[in-house]
Design a protein around this ligand. Structure first.
Ligand SMILES: *[C@@H]1O[C@H](CO)[C@@H](O)[C@H](O)[C@H]1NC(C)=O
Ligand SMILES: *[C@@H]1O[C@H](CO)[C@@H](O)[C@H](O)[C@H]1NC(C)=O
Length: 266
């Protein structure tokens, strides 16, 4: 009996994870303390809806995400959860803070997801601790070479027909050259977007992962932006380095409005 159990579990184990992300795995809880979970309440003709996205903390009161996450007609409110692992539980480590305001890139276009970036300012500063930390982002002259493997995490769907994940999942994806994206997306712009993915199509980001950071050497270089239908490869991410001057300008404005004369932290 015991042997039978052992044998069957040995066969079952490899499948235990089969329904999970598209090729990713659960992260060690709280090992990605910059990750934020966004719950976006919005209204349309059929009533109130909730959508979810990822984001990441770059200052104790400021986050980055994808513009398409919030560029909905009428937003009721946005709640940001920091320090989370399982978002279905109210973990002690979690800090839930409403977004006070957000600035969508002035040239964002939903057609082609051009300039798909938004800065969100939180109502109160997050408490920085081992579960909640900011992450650095790439400067305007920092590139990442084709072939580099970077990581992207999210609470998005773990299967094409699945639901969002309770726990934070992560995949490693490679920076690609621009060709596969140019072919698939006629609005692809190489200066402000990056082409990313796993050529075998076994690993990918999916619905609900939008807005999360693409992290190479502990720095955010991209923001999960778009794909085509259920196609796992390639994906287009927002190239943060292109937007660095705009991000810095917004940060200065936030600082001026709220905390005149306060030192900026890095
Ligand atoms: C997350 O928490 C919920 C509620 O307690 C639980 O049902 C679920 O199994 C947890 N998910 C994982 C993957 O641990
Ligand atoms: C957001 O809106 C929902 C539904 O209207 C409400 O229950 C919730 O309290 C609101 N949250 C914040 C932070 O205002």
């Amino acid at each position: 009996m015991l042997l039978l159990l052992l044998i069957s579990s040995a066969f079952l184990l490899p499948w235990a994870g089969a329904g999970r992300i598209i090729g990713g795995k659960e992260v060690v809880p709280h090992s990605r303390p910059h990750m934020a979970f966004l719950k976006i309440k919005f209204v349309n003709q059929s009533g109130i809806h909730t959508s979810r996205c990822g984001g990441f903390l770059i200052r104790p009161d400021t986050m980055l995400s994808a513009a398409h996450c919030v560029a909905k007609r009428r937003i009721v409110n946005i709640t940001v959860t920091l320090g989370a692992h399982n978002i279905s539980v109210r973990e002690q480590s979690q800090q839930r803070i409403p977004a006070a305001r957000w600035v969508i890139h002035p040239k964002y276009s939903p057609v082609g997801y051009i300039n798909d970036i938004v800065l969100l300012n939180l109502k109160t500063k997050a408490k920085i601790n081992k579960n909640v930390k900011q992450i650095a982002f790439s400067g305007s002259n920092e590139g990442v070479t084709v072939g580099t493997k970077c990581r992207v995490a999210g609470w998005g769907r773990t299967a094409v027909e699945g639901r969002g994940s309770d726990v934070l999942m992560e995949v490693e994806l490679k920076v690609q050259n621009d060709e596969p994206c140019k072919q698939l997306f006629h609005n692809y712009l190489r200066h402000s977007m990056m082409c990313v993915g796993d050529k075998n199509g076994k690993k990918t980001t999916y619905e609900g992962d939008s807005g999360g950071p693409f992290v190479c050497n502990q720095k955010a270089y991209g923001i999960v932006s778009r794909g085509v239908g259920t196609k796992p490869f390639p994906k287009v991410f927002t190239r943060i380095s292109y937007f660095e001057p705009w991000i810095r300008e917004q940060l200065r404005k936030f600082a001026l409005q709220e905390l005149p004369g306060s030192p900026s932290s890095d």
